[in-house]
Ligand binder design. Structure first.
Ligand SMILES: [Cu+2]
Length: 184
């Protein structure tokens, strides 16, 4: 596949060079390519930088920001996940809904992420988006956002301090593992 040269080329990119990586992603994921059935026409690319860290008060993992706005068009997401490495057997490990169906983890492309480390996910069901986020990693991916509206996102990993995962704590408290993306 033609992207292989690019992937090889960026494999050594420093994880702190987020802006550079995002710029390279633009070259790797040109508009109109791949499997997308619809593409945005705005010609605009925007950037969303998300961080997962441990809330000092609650001890729960927390995305920041949780509510954000983007214009229609290509959106490059970068998730810097400071949480611990987490094995998740039976995880939602397939990358879905991104341009070319991949995400970059520390500069290497993956279409499926190893169960040995999926601390969190960034998922928007209405857009068919699922981006697993390994702990102690930088994940970057591009989404072609074609429609305005308010989209709920959440983490599908049973993360946080609650033993049941989805019944309390980080998973059910607004502003930790769920939020909204407003597209204008
Ligand atoms: Cu999570």
């Amino acid at each position: 596949m033609k992207d292989q040269d690019y992937f090889n080329a960026v494999a050594g990119v420093s994880v702190v060079a987020v802006v550079v990586l995002a710029a390279v992603l633009l070259v790797a994921f040109p508009s109109g390519g791949g499997t997308a059935t619809t593409t945005s026409t705005s010609g605009q690319t925007s950037y969303v930088n998300l961080t997962v860290s441990i809330n000092a008060t609650t001890g729960w993992p927390q995305y920041s920001p949780t509510n954000f706005d983007v214009p229609q068009g290509k959106v490059v997401f970068t998730i810097t996940d400071h949480d611990a490495i987490a094995n998740w057997t039976g995880c939602s490990c397939a990358v879905k809904g991104t341009v070319n169906g991949v995400e970059m983890i520390n500069g290497t492309p993956y279409s499926t992420v190893s169960t040995s480390n999926v601390a969190h996910t960034f998922s928007i069901p209405a857009l068919g988006l699922n981006a697993p986020s390994p702990g102690q990693s930088v994940v970057s991916f591009m989404v072609d956002v074609t429609n305005a509206g308010t989209f709920s996102w959440f983490c599908m990993s049973p993360c946080g301090s609650d033993p049941g995962g989805f019944t309390g704590g980080a998973m059910s408290t607004p502003g930790y593992m769920n939020g909204t993306m407003t597209v204008s």
